[in-house]
Ligand binder design. Structure first.
Ligand SMILES: [Zn+2]
Ligand SMILES: [Zn+2]
Length: 352
């Protein structure tokens, strides 16, 4: 399968160029945020360029070589300087999948990440595609049902335009999967355990390993510019807890909250100019942990705990009751209750 994938790689690597859609935003002089729209329903992480004397550091590489080439194209409109460093905030492909695009454009590039992130990228590269295939097959089955019955999920009659969109969704996902499969994994070339300080091109970079969203998250702090790049330790407008380790996450957010930062860029969504969103997430996690601990002290099972922990007030603060955001909160953040329960009981729920 890999050989076949390599053969079609050349044709597919620019299948998802996002040149027109990726708009850089200058956050402070010489530091730009690139927001890339979804690709066939798949979210793409923020990418941040820090321009230096002679070259550029890029924090996060986006999802695919195609999206990376979109960012590179936009960057070249801003500066002729080459990218010398890429940072992978964590192993998730929406942040590290575009490494191959940067390596193709800048073969000498150094890829910086934590040791754990490099390990996770090595260990998951073969199996992650299976997860994607499963999710896409499931989505396609649902679309197939709708096309066959002529009705959408909420029972409405499909118009010819609806049908066209559903077919486009299926082919978009197929193209995405093919490009993802064809993308070579480019592993970090410079790793560290706890922290790393880089003095380069007139700037000072503090890399700090702060696990929580995954076991290998790295945040980047630029003390002179008071800029903090968090990766998915912070995701806007709704937090994302898929692989999270809640105790570490709380401790890491406490470290971030103590830094003197006036521009905070989350892994997804626009830059924040104050700490309100960071504090909201930190206080929400602390309050949920308190509720889970209370439930544990009453001897409740996981199922009982999930029933009594009340997330309504917290949900409203993130979603303002917007139906789409409510659904995203339900899918992406409520599993943190289970994660906290598991973490506190070392997996006892398997026997309940
Ligand atoms: Zn992400
Ligand atoms: Zn992530």
């Amino acid at each position: 399968m890999l050989l076949f994938a390599a053969a079609i790689a050349v044709a597919l690597l620019t299948d998802f160029p996002v040149r027109a859609a990726t708009q850089p935003v200058e956050l402070v002089p010489g530091i730009y945020q690139f927001l890339t729209p979804d690709v066939a329903g798949n979210v793409v992480g923020n990418s941040i360029a820090v321009v230096m004397d002679r070259d550029v550091l890029m924090f996060d590489a986006t999802l695919l070589p195609g999206t990376a080439s979109g960012v590179i194209h936009e960057l070249q409109e801003l500066t002729p300087k080459p990218v010398h460093y890429i940072v992978n905030s964590h192993w998730h492909p929406d942040h590290a999948g575009g490494n191959a695009g940067f390596v193709a454009a800048f073969p000498e590039v150094e890829i910086i990440a934590s040791k754990e992130t490099r390990r996770l990228m090595e260990d998951t590269s073969g199996v992650y595609i299976k997860t994607l295939e499963f999710e896409i097959a499931q989505a396609n089955r649902e679309i197939g049902k709708q096309l066959k019955s002529g009705r959408s999920a909420d029972g409405k009659q499909l118009s010819p335009k609806d049908r066209e969109e559903l077919h486009a969704q299926i082919s978009g996902e197929a193209r995405f999967l093919a490009e993802f499969r064809a993308t070579p994994v480019k592993l970090p070339t410079l790793t560290f355990n706890k922290s790393l300080t880089l003095y380069h091109g007139g700037r000072e970079f503090h890399f700090i390993t702060l696990p929580g969203h995954t076991v290998g998250d790295v945040a980047l702090y630029l003390p002179q510019e008071k800029v903090l790049l968090t990766g998915d330790l912070l995701a806007y407008p709704v937090p994302f807890c898929a692989d999270s380790h809640p105790s570490d996450w709380i401790a890491s957010l406490e470290v971030l909250a103590a830094l003197d930062a006036s521009t905070i860029v989350p892994g997804h969504g626009p830059a924040q100019r104050d700490k309100a969103y960071l504090t909201l997430l930190l206080e929400s996690l602390q309050s949920i942990r308190q509720q889970v601990q209370q439930a544990l002290h009453q001897g409740l099972t996981l199922k009982e705990t999930q029933k009594v922990v009340n997330l309504d007030a917290i949900r409203l603060k993130f979603t303002h009751d917007d139906p789409d955001l409510n659904a995203s909160f339900e899918g992406n953040f409520t599993p943190v209750v289970r994660q906290m329960y598991n973490e506190a009981t070392e997996g006892l729920e398997e026997y309940q």
